[in-house]
Structure formats: structure tokens, C-alpha cells
Ligand binder design. Structure first.
Ligand SMILES: Cc1ncc(COP(=O)(O)O)c(C=O)c1O
Length: 366
């Protein structure tokens, strides 16, 4: 029986390809890889991912708890700011806690004395071309940057997190930025025991020079005597998942339009925020359609794509690359039916692991 759309479909065989690259990188470089839950937190596949990764990293109390309870292994806690009422619980779930500022370290160092403590550094450069997602944007609140201010707190921390790569598939750019980090923060790195280089490095891409990357990480670890961590989000799950939708209506307003039973605003929000169009495959043929979401937002549009045949109501449209920053960001805008979550097992069997009902919608409000 075919599942009712919309649903996210996670294909384990595709996920496996990323996992094997991560495992290879860990082996070659000695670096550890923690899944960034902000990007992907669909815990039904954690049993599968666990064998290939070292643990998780988080951006809130809820994420650190999920990582601890559902993934296990090593659990890093980070947040832009912790509240007094959550710090004890955060510490209870974490192996390491990384503070975003010296002020937060001052406030909570004692409460976190039982676990490893670190600080986020901001090197002032990034690979982001989008101001909204640029951790090194002017006046950025994301991490400390002044070596003179950090040196005096080294007695309370043993390592650093530096996240400044964003969708970076260019190894040479990673290498150049790491050199800048080394120049800027050498006195701190020499005193550190561990350094997390964050996420945003697209090293599971087909053409990424994995061996050079591994060598660079190993050299960095050796030069400063540190354990290196990576926090891959997107790189862990890229190309593993589709959003399966069905055509509900067809219109022509000068262009052929097809409305599907999903919404870019509600189910793939990042595409809208970053003004990117969705990916469809193979996207060839003589019939061009604008694929539109069903929310009331005028710009709820997945993009324009080419098809071999004219579309009909009931046709299936599979939106590609729908794992990262989708399920963690989905929302109930317009009350649009929330996509179910399904998994294609390695033997091809598809099972639904979560369906959302009216009760979920009602309970998300009061
Ligand atoms: C601190 C930190 N670590 C890891 C990530 C994961 O990044 P990505 O999903 O691009 O790999 C992010 C993304 O914003 C981040 O801010």
C-alpha cells in the first residue's frame, strides 16, 4: 500500500554513503564527528548512524537531552545563552559544555565544574555568503574573539569551538581559513586540549578531497596537541531524503502551475529564507511547471522544473535533498497537514515512523 503524502522519506542506503565517508574521515584523520542536531534530529535513524559517528552536539537544553537519551556516546552542549533554570539539567546530559561568552562561563563555570568546559571563539572570517547565516558578520554575538580576554580564563576551560564554515565545499577555502585561525589564536590553541571546528564543511560531497582534508585535520591536531572534533549537520544527511508530495491542482496564469499537498513555508523553510529553489530530479523534458505549495503565502513556491510529461492531478512530485533543516523547522502554518516521516530500509522496505494528526496540531497551541 502506498503511503499518503506528504511525507519525508529517509533512504538508509543513501544515508549509509555519507556515514561511510564520515567513518573513513575519522579513521584517516583521528578527528571525532558529532552530529549537529540543529540540522537533523530525526532520532529513528540514530541507531543506524551511531556506529559511524562519535555522538552529538546541540544548541539548547532540548537538543542536548535528545542527543544524550536517543543517540548516546559523546554529548556536547552549546547554546548562545543558557538560562539559570536550565543549566543543571544541561550539565546532567553533557560530557562537555561550550560557553558562547566569557560572561556565561563566569556565571556557570562552577555549576559545570564536573564536566569538561570550553568556549566558542569567533575568528572574524567565514565562508558564508549570506549575512543572515554568517557567524562572522559585523557585531556577531557568536563567540569571543579577543585573545587577551580569553587567556585569563584558560584555567577554567580546556578547549574551544570555532564554527565558521557555511556550506563550504571548497577544501582550499577551508584550509586558508584554518590558517587564519591558527595565526589569530595560536597562543590559545597551544594551551587547549581539544578544538571543535564546527560544521558547514561539505566533505561528504562527491568530489571533495577527503584525503587532503584528513591530512590537514591530522596536522592541525599534531601541531597544537589537540583532539579535533567536527560537527557535521548537512554533510551527515545530504542527499539522503526526499519530501514526497502529490499534485492537487493545476492552473495556468501565463505559466503552468502545479499545486502540491505541501508547503515550502511549512516543510522546507530554509529554501524560502535563503531564497533557494528546491531540487527535483531529473528536471528534464518539454513541460515546464512552477511547483507551488498549498499555504496562502503568495511566494510559497518550490521553483520551476521541467517534466517529460504533462502533469495530472494525483502525480507524485519528489523534492530532493529534504533532510537538513527541514524536519527540525517544520511548522503548522495554515494548519497544513504535517508530513509523516518514513524510512526506506536497506532491503527496500518502507516503514512509517511518525504520523502527525489533528491532535498534534491542536496541542501545539492552546
Ligand atoms: C556551532 C555549529 N555547529 C554545527 C553546525 C552544523 O552546520 P552544517 O549543518 O552546515 O554542517 C552549525 C550550523 O549552523 C553550527 O552553528
Amino acid at each position: 500500500m502506498s503511503l499518503t503524502t506528504p511525507y519525508y522519506l529517509i533512504d538508509k542506503s543513501k544515508l549509509l554513503a555519507n556515514m561511510e565517508k564520515i567513518a573513513l574521515l575519522r579513521e584517516r584523520s583521528g578527528a571525532k564527528a558529532l552530529l549537529a542536531l540543529k540540522c537533523f534530529a530525526t532520532w529513528s535513524v540514530f541507531d543506524f548512524m551511531r556506529d559511524y559517528m562519535d555522538g552529538t552536539t546541540s544548541s539548547s537544553l532540548n537538543e542536548v537531552r535528545l542527543g544524550h537519551e536517543r543517540f548516546g556516546k559523546e554529548t556536547h552542549a552549546y547554546s548562545v545563552a543558557y538560562a539559570d533554570y536550565e543549566i543543571d539539567e544541561v550539565v546532567s546530559h553533557a560530557d562537555k559544555i561550550i560557553f558562547n561568552s566569557i560572561a556565561q562561563l563566569d556565571r556557570f563555570a562552577d555549576k559545570a565544574a564536573g564536566i569538561v568546559r570550553g568556549l566558542r571563539l569567533n575568528p572574524g572570517i567565514s565562508s558564508s555568503s549570506f549575512d543572515l547565516a554568517d557567524p562572522a558578520r559585523p557585531f556577531s554575538r557568536l563567540g569571543e574573539w579577543d585573545v587577551k580576554k580569553v587567556e585569563p580564563v584558560m584555567d577554567r576551560i580546556s578547549g574551544f569551538m570555532i564554527h565558521n564554515n557555511c556550506e563550504n565545499g571548497d577544501f582550499d577555502l577551508f584550509d586558508r581559513m584554518l590558517r587564519v585561525i591558527e595565526e589569530k589564536f595560536a597562543p590559545l590553541l597551544k594551551k587547549a586540549e581539544w578544538v571543535s571546528l564546527g560544521g558547514g564543511i561539505h566533505f561528504t560531497g562527491e568530489t571533495y578531497p577527503l584525503e587532503r582534508f584528513a591530512e590537514r585535520l591530522k596536522r592541525f591536531a599534531g601541531e597544537y596537541g589537540v583532539e579535533v572534533y567536527l560537527e557535521p549537520g548537512e554533510a551527515s544527511i545530504t542527499r539522503s531524503t526526499t519530501l514526497e508530495t502529490t499534485v492537487l491542482d493545476l492552473l495556468n496564469n501565463g505559466k503552468d502551475l502545479a499545486i502540491v499537498d505541501s508547503s515550502i513555508e511549512a516543510h522546507m523553510l530554509d529554501l524560502l529564507i535563503y531564497r533557494e529553489k528546491a531540487k527535483l530530479s531529473p528536471n528534464t523534458g518539454p513541460h515546464r511547471y512552477m511547483i507551488c505549495g498549498k499555504s496562502c503565502l503568495a511566494g510559497d513556491i518550490f521553483g520551476e522544473f521541467d517534466f517529460e510529461n504533462e502533469l495530472k492531478v494525483g502525480d507524485r512530485i519528489s523534492i530532493q535533498d529534504a533532510a537538513g533543516y527541514t524536519m527540525v523547522k517544520k511548522n503548522w502554518f495554515n494548519g497544513v497537514k504535517m508530513p509523516a516521516i518514513a524510512i526506506r530500509e536497506l532491503d527496500g522496505e518502507i516503514k512509517t515512523v511518525r504520523e502527525f494528526t489533528y491532535a498534534d496540531y491542536e496541542e501545539s497551541l492552546s
